[in-house]
Design a binder for this molecule. Structure first.
Ligand code: ATP
Ligand code: MG
Length: 394
């Protein structure tokens, strides 16, 4: 019988919470594969098994499962595996015959067998199992054993009463299961960076709530459409997302009445932070996420980052801070957001701002400028105009 076996890595280190965390991973795999005809996803000792109807065309199902499994954080690797009952007294006859049949479909000249006992009650040591099964395969196929550089590795995993054999192991995305590290609010612009920041936080187990600020109707709807498309793409990794679209143009109009041009970007950002923080508290999210990368543009030099952060009470995390644009772009391409991010639009921060914002703002000066604004009222206005969208995958 064919099944899929998934292994986790970091979860395995989590001691007492482990069974809860593995349960969360099982749940994510169930959601990610919900429309593919998977019959069950269960937690076995040290691994997770996906069962499906043996009437489903295997190759087609495997191609689809591969894509889905590679976006479930927490999976270290996974494989299509042949499962067979084994005898707890150590008798491997049925298992060997099943492997021998399945291996007829593989093309190889040399091979090796590696065995892991997931249950140490199985009486034969791993080495002995590898030797016994390897000997059988060698006799059956006439192929050569090569322990260092084989064409084919046969991975065996033995539990107490069942064995699994697979011929290839694919890497999963790794990381921690989404939700395991709580929720965070990601300030999602239409650019290249913030979707990557969201991805990296999801990979560390944080469910993202997206917040996008737009200046419609002063500029086109393009940035909102991009934010929606990006949220759709990123939902593939967390299965459920919320996106808040916040009208920011009127707030900006009031800011420009009293704030000199060079300070505007920094003050816009401080208002974004305050509004995002309200949304975070509504959802019990514990931190805010931005796509800032140190020194990338004027608003991301040390003094500006510091002054922007001062408006936050929750932790403000910047997962890309030490990455350069080439690294960020490569990651945007690999997670599928790049093509959307480069569609031209007008970011709200370009509205009413000069080409050269201040580089060394003084926090006292910023406070004085904000004293001329009804901060609470502006934040309230932004929240009141918010439009909330929901995304699910698959
Ligand atoms: P990005 O590619 O993410 O837009 P960027 O290099 O263009 O980044 P900035 O425009 O300076 O950088 O924005 C820095 C960060 O501030 C963004 O990564 C994002 O987290 C947040 N941000 C900027 N503009 C918006 C917006 N309109 N809505 C939500 N968040 C925003
Ligand atoms: Mg931007």
């Amino acid at each position: 019988m064919w099944c899929v076996i998934a292994h986790y890595h970091e979860l395995a280190l989590k001691g007492r919470n482990r069974s809860i965390l593995v349960g969360q991973l099982v749940q994510h795999i169930k959601t990610a594969t919900a429309d593919l005809g998977v019959l069950g996803v269960d937690s076995l000792p040290g691994r997770i098994r996906l069962r499906f109807s043996q009437n489903t065309p295997l190759e087609e199902l495997w191609q689809r499962l591969k894509i889905r499994m590679s976006s479930v954080f927490g999976i270290a690797n996974f494989s299509l595996a042949l499962s067979s009952p084994i005898n707890p007294d150590g008798d491997l006859e049925a298992f060997k015959i099943a492997i021998g049949e399945a291996i007829q479909l593989q093309e190889f000249e040399s091979f090796r067998v590696t065995t892991k006992r997931g249950d140490k009650r199985f009486p034969k040591p791993s080495m002995e199992v590898s030797r016994e099964v390897g000997g059988y395969i060698k006799q059956l196929t006439g192929k050569r054993v090569d322990l260092t550089n084989p064409d084919l590795t046969i991975y065996l995993e033995l539990l107490f009463q069942s064995g699994f054999a697979s011929f290839a192991r694919l890497p999963g995305p790794g990381g921690l299961t989404v939700g395991m590290s709580g929720k965070t609010v990601c300030l999602l612009s239409g650019g290249i960076d913030s979707p990557v920041a969201a991805y990296r936080m999801m990979k560390r187990g944080c469910q993202q709530i997206f917040v996008h600020f737009h200046s419609h109707p002063f500029v086109s709807r393009a940035s909102q459409e991009k934010a929606e498309d990006l949220a759709t793409i990123l939902t593939k990794y967390q299965h459920h997302s919320l996106l808040y679209l916040i009208p920011f143009g009127d707030i900006q109009r009031l800011i420009v009445l009293t704030v000199p041009p060079a300070f505007r970007i920094v003050i816009y950002r401080r208002f974004m932070i305050r509004i995002a923080e309200h949304i975070a508290r509504q959802h019990r999210a514990w931190a805010l996420i931005t796509g800032d990368s140190l020194g990338q543009v004027a608003s991301q030099v040390p003094d500006n980052l510091t002054v922007i952060e001062e408006a936050a009470n929750l932790p403000l995390l910047r997962p890309l801070i030490a990455m350069d644009k080439i690294e960020i772009t490569a990651q945007a391409e690999s997670i599928g957001t790049y093509e959307t991010s480069i569609i031209p639009d007008q970011d709200c921060c370009t509205l009413f701002t000069p080409a050269h914002p201040i580089i060394r703002p003084n926090i006292g000066t910023v406070h004085k400028m904000e004293a001329g604004l009804d901060v609470k009222e502006l934040v309230r206005q932004g929240l009141e105009g918010a439009k909330k969208l929901e995304f699910t995958f698959p």
